[in-house]
Design a protein around this ligand. Structure first.
Ligand SMILES: Cc1ncc(COP(=O)(O)O)c(C=O)c1O
Length: 303
């Protein structure tokens, strides 16, 4: 049993009290949307920084709108729910935050509310080693069936099947193609590859989540490394001849790929551009790049 506190509908409650009914719409039909947000501890500045808090809150509003969930949530409450949860638990380490908006009513599938808001924040170490991945036999849900551009919990069953298949095949992780046969993303991360020295990522119309880390890296590549990211359709066979590849996301941060379908990439992972962008990213998120301080929300207000 965890000792930590969760935010639930305006209150901070012990972990064991943050519950909803088994017959809730969220459980029965997956009527919930969420955000995964990182907060990074800076030892030097003795401060915990939430990374791109407002962008995550705005995406949660998009998710609520797309899934037609009724709510009276404000940007202030969304921000406050995350900051208060972090403060209450007095975290002084890297943390992963999950903010969930859910329909708790015991209604039919078309129920749209009322919508509750919960936040859980738990310590999480940085993502790890280079991954051996496969191309999934599962296809990414298309925008015409379920909207992958936002974070609806039910979307994650598609990625879950792909992840489980990859694990059963002895792979660390996987990337999915979309219904047009182009590369989309991983079950829980955006995807980049490097070809001819050009960082490349599928476009936002490739049935992908509108990843905040992806947007961040596109900007950092341009401003810090003088490289324009090619946002274009990527074929499956490009994965086999790429020099480098990596996943990115709030959870996966920048995680290098070593091989695809047992074919090693051109450069031993992490390749030079993967290492360079990861280094820039980690300095930015920890408050070591003053020009990107606008992306960080200090939790304790010391900095
Ligand atoms: C399916 C999927 N794609 C991409 C990402 C990356 O998005 P973000 O950078 O906003 O965390 C995530 C979550 O982190 C995800 O779940």
């Amino acid at each position: 049993m965890s000792e930590r506190y969760l935010y639930m509908n305006g209150r901070l409650v012990p972990y064991s009290e943050a519950t909803i009914h088994v017959q809730s719409n969220a459980v029965k039909y997956g009527t919930s949307v969420f955000e995964g947000v990182r907060a990074y501890w800076s030892e030097r500045q003795q401060e915990l920084y939430v990374f791109r808090l407002d962008e995550h809150c705005r995406r949660l509003f998009d998710s609520l709108k797309l899934m037609r969930m009724d709510h009276e949530l404000t940007l202030d409450e969304m921000r406050h729910s995350i900051l208060e949860t972090l403060r209450k638990n007095e975290y002084r380490e890297d943390v992963h935050v999950r903010q969930t908006a859910y329909v708790a009513a015991d209604g039919n599938v078309e129920a749209t509310g009322p919508t509750g808001l919960a936040v859980d924040a738990r310590p999480r170490k940085m993502a790890g080693k280079a991954l051996d991945i496969c191309v999934s036999s599962w296809v990414r849900i298309p925008d015409t069936a379920m909207p992958p551009r936002i974070k609806c919990s039910a979307n994650y069953q598609n990625g879950r099947l792909a992840f489980l298949e990859a694990k059963a095949g002895g792979y660390d992780y996987t990337v999915l193609l979309n219904t047009r046969g182009k590369v989309s993303e991983a079950p829980g991360a955006a995807f980049f590859l490097v070809r001819g020295g050009v960082p490349t990522t599928p476009p936002l119309t490739a049935d992908v989540l509108e990843s905040i880390t992806r947007t961040t890296l596109v900007q950092l590549f341009r401003e810090q490394h003088g490289l324009t990211v090619a946002e274009r359709d990527v074929d499956r066979t490009e994965l086999y001849v790429a020099e480098e590849a990596f996943f990115c996301g709030s959870g996966w941060e920048v995680t290098p790929v070593a091989s695809v379908d047992r074919l090693p990439l051109g450069q031993p992972a992490p390749g030079p551009l993967t290492r360079a962008i990861a280094d820039t990213y980690f300095r930015a998120v920890r408050g070591e790049m003053p020009e990107y301080r606008g992306w960080l929300t200090p939790v304790y207000g010391r900095a």
